[in-house]
Design a protein around this ligand. Structure first.
Ligand SMILES: *Cc1c(COP(=O)(O)O)cnc(C)c1O
Length: 227
């Protein structure tokens, strides 16, 4: 057992609790997802023994391999948080419990077409930067995407997701995300999730109303290089 991993997890959880208290929110509103990308399955096993049940991955092949390897962890919720190619939709749907990165109608259609008889939880990823390559729907197109996805029977819109831009005040970026979240709720009233906050900015995200934090390196330590 990696004592440092347990210490880092406890210290992040204490900082989450502080931010939750400071913002007058309730810890039951917050889901802490540990982002395990690039790390081996042994790390996921250790996190599981420490009580972690929400894991995040950003590449389909890695997600699929880890879910296959850890198939007996039926009570883990797997969050797919990466940019998704349409031709990977079937594999993503087979492995993920929640897809945070639905950012275009074509991807939503492909995920819907891959349905068996289940309903998949999805978030609409919003691009908070001016760079169209960053992934995410432009804020001005969020309403149209929400209406499109809401009409797909096998997808359930739970809310929005975003990554704060590198060179911007995260609090201001998250305010723009909160605005997109309100616009999605105008289409789907119970879409209350806001997936925001990483190692560098989870306290700001909690203050702004995030419900799902995606925290990697502060808990796992530095990521191994892609190899
Ligand atoms: C890697 C990643 C994270 C976690 O990043 P850290 O800075 O290590 O906490 C969160 N969200 C997405 C989309 C990621 O790709």
């Amino acid at each position: 057992m990696d004592a440092q991993l347990a210490d880092r997890l406890a210290s992040v959880d204490a900082r989450i609790a502080d931010a939750v208290r400071a913002s007058g929110r309730s810890s039951s509103d917050i889901t802490r997802i540990v982002v395990t990308k690039f790390h081996p399955t042994t790390l996921i096993e250790e996190l599981y023994r420490l009580g972690v049940r929400d894991m995040g991955e950003n590449r389909q092949q890695e997600l699929t391999a880890k879910v296959d390897a850890l198939g007996d962890y039926a009570d883990v919720t797997w969050h797919f948080i990466g940019q998704a190619q349409t031709n990977k939709a079937r594999a993503i749907r087979a492995a993920a419990d929640v897809v945070h990165s639905v950012d275009r109608a074509k991807l939503a259609d492909a995920l819907d077409a891959a349905a068996a008889d289940d309903v998949l939880d999805v978030l609409l990823q919003v691009n908070l930067t001016d760079d169209p390559d960053r992934g995410g729907v432009p804020p001005a197109e969020v309403d149209a995407l929400a209406s499109h996805v809401a009409a797909l029977a096998s997808l359930r819109i739970r809310g929005v997701m975003a990554v704060a831009p590198l060179h911007d005040d995260p609090a201001r970026a998250f305010e723009r995300l909160a605005d997109s979240a309100r616009r999605v709720r105008a289409v789907v009233p119970d879409a209350s999730w806001i997936s925001a906050g990483m190692t560098a900015d989870f306290s700001e995200a909690i203050a702004m109303g995030a419900t799902h934090l995606r925290i990697g390196s502060a808990i796992t330590g530095p990521r191994p290089t892609r190899g």
